[in-house]
Write a protein that binds this ligand. Sequence first.
Ligand code: HEC
Ligand code: HEC
Ligand code: HEC
Length: 317
Amino acid sequence: MKKIIFSLFVALSSVTTVQAADANAGKEKSAVCSACHGPTGVSASPMYPNLAGQNDAYIIKQLKDFKSGARTDAMMAPMAANLSDADMADLAAHFSGLPSANEQAAASAGNGESTDSAVATAPAGNVEIVSSTPAAAIYKGDVAAGKDKSAACVACHGADGNSLAPIYPVLAGQSANYLAKQLADFKSGERADPVMAGMVANLSPEDMDDLAAYFAVQTAKTGTGEINEAGHKLYIGGDASSNVAACIACHGVSGKGVKQAGFPGLTGQSQEYLTKQLVSFRDGTRGNDNNGIMRNIAIKLSDAQIKDITQYITSLK
Ligand code: HEC
Ligand code: HEC
Ligand code: HEC
């Protein structure tokens, strides 16, 4: 009953006034969306619509329809599945308040800047992000300085970030944004690990960026595990019966992640490490994922599903 009253309240207030929606909260929640719709709501790929300057009521209706299945799209269904009415209103307030694509183009033409924004290329799960900017813009840190600083990491993560023992994650080729975030999270305690806490205690933000840059440009080894059919299905299609989002939407068709969005690559990680992370997201002992993006997914996974999906991921090349 409480729930009904609450959703009535949200529905009424979004009709009569937009006060319930919070554009700033929407901006925070939109981090996931930017991988495809662009950080300013203007998409760099013709496969993804612009959201900047769109009418807010229209955005809300589309999100509701993707969630209910009235509008079907393999990429948007998992995105909308976890959004509450309040999330939708906040996101709509954020995107509708952004200057439209034409206004943004006029503004950047005005100050003579080239469009150096990230370019999202191929759609349909293959959302690898390439950038027209030099590597320096992607890897904030200094690769050479990172190499020097990485001496302390070699014992566990290997000289080139390809760890030898299955309990140590592979860092080679990982998203630099993601790596830097993990190091900061280990330091703040948001991601708890007694071993890594000691490693990062004396690292400055600059050290973290340098280390992230160094490991990000190393070549990752590919998976050598056997394919698992049930895991494959779950990876590409999710599980409609328990509302599990498809991993492919964020981790990519070959498990390489979406680098600039900070969605990590999973390819090359051991089944042991992957299992530990999914179980930790599920029981909340790992809670450093923004907006609970992974906790909301892992909580719906059974032990058997975790076994299947981690086995499948080890087969990705
Ligand atoms: C993996 C890529 C991807 C991500 C991430 C993503 N979207 Fe989308 N979105 C799409 C695609 C593709 C479409 C077009 C679907 C279609 O063809 O019907 C779309 C369509 C939409 C539409 C309908 C636009 C219109 O003009 O009809 C809205 C609204 C929307 N997305 C909002 C969001 C929000 C909010 C988020 C974040 C919570 C998000 N999207 C995340 C790919 C994505
Ligand atoms: C004594 C072994 C050890 C050393 C040395 C070590 N690490 Fe780690 N590292 C680990 C373990 C174990 C984990 C996995 C923690 C978990 O299970 O959540 C980890 C996790 C990480 C992660 C998270 C990876 C992911 O995919 O989420 C990063 C990033 C990382 N280490 C970077 C470093 C850097 C940079 C150094 C050197 C400054 C370093 N580590 C030194 C053992 C070590
Ligand atoms: C909506 C986007 C999204 C979807 C869908 C998604 N993930 Fe993730 N995943 C993330 C993000 C973001 C992180 C990193 C969180 C953080 O900052 O620590 C992550 C982290 C992970 C990690 C930890 C990686 C590491 O190196 O420690 C694993 C394992 C993982 N996801 C597996 C999965 C599986 C399996 C599925 C499908 C059942 C899935 N994810 C679906 C966004 C997503």
